[in-house]
Structure formats: C-alpha cells, structure tokens
Write a protein that binds this ligand. Structure first.
Ligand code: NI
Length: 139
C-alpha cells in the first residue's frame, strides 16, 4: 500500500459557537474564538490517497487529478469565506477544526476514482491539526 499526499491552503474566518448553549456558556467554552464577528485562519489541508501503483502510469493517483478534485470540492467553497455564513455544507455546524475536517472528508469521499481516500488532515495553526480517517475505514 502506498500513500500519496496533496497539500492545499485556504484562508477562512469562523466563529466558534454552539447555538444550543447560552451566550455565557459559549463565552466560557470558546473564549476569544467566540468573538461575535469571528476571526481568521490560514488553513493547510492535506489529503492522503492510499492504493497500489497503477502499472501503466506508475501512479497511485494522478496528482493533477487529485489537485482539481480538492480545488473544485473544497478550496473553491472555503477560500476567503466565513465558514458560519458563506458555506452551504457548513450551515448549522460549529466550525471547529474537527468539524471542518469531517465536512471536507464528506465532500471528497466517493469522488476519488484512483486509490481510496485514506486521511484528511487540517492544520488550523502551525501547531494544531486534526486528522480524520472516516467512520469505518477498512485500512
Ligand atoms: Ni479559530
């Protein structure tokens, strides 16, 4: 099994807030991240595809193809957007790095035809990242 990674970056703003909690509870849990008008991050996304080498191409997946799948389904939807307001597939979701990562997985899952989606990793800062490998991953 080989693991091929494509990295992409995007900038977005968000506000961490759980609509089911009170204003005070949200302030307590999310602190600065609950700032009413939000704040921004430069996110780094890493998408890993696992598979065997195709004997004809020598690739697990053509990285040009993976690049355009990520661009079309994720980057073009999230880059320079406010995740609480501008993104249809984030509506009603508290946009923590965890929840964004799962949403990105769901956007990409099923769209990769060479190899298999193995992991989605999202860096919110240089030091903080979340990795998701799906609900019932067979790997
Ligand atoms: Ni934040």
């Amino acid at each position: 099994m080989l693991y091929v990674t494509r990295r992409a970056i995007f900038s977005a703003s968000h506000r961490l807030n759980n609509e089911n909690l009170s204003e005070e509870e949200n302030k307590e849990i999310f602190d600065k991240c609950n700032n009413y008008h939000g704040h921004g991050h430069n996110y780094t996304l890493e998408v890993v595809v696992a598979g065997e080498v195709n004997p004809v191409t020598g690739y697990v997946i053509d990285l040009k193809v993976l690049k355009s799948i990520i661009e079309e389904n994720v980057i073009s939807k999230l880059d320079h957007k406010h995740l609480n307001h501008d993104v249809d597939f984030m509506k009603g979701i508290n946009p923590t790095a965890e929840n964004i990562t799962v949403a990105i997985w769901d956007r990409l899952n099923g769209k990769i035809n060479e190899g298999k989606l193995y992991s989605v990793k999202l860096y919110e800062t240089e030091n903080n990242y979340v990795e998701y490998r799906g609900e019932a991953n067979e790997f």
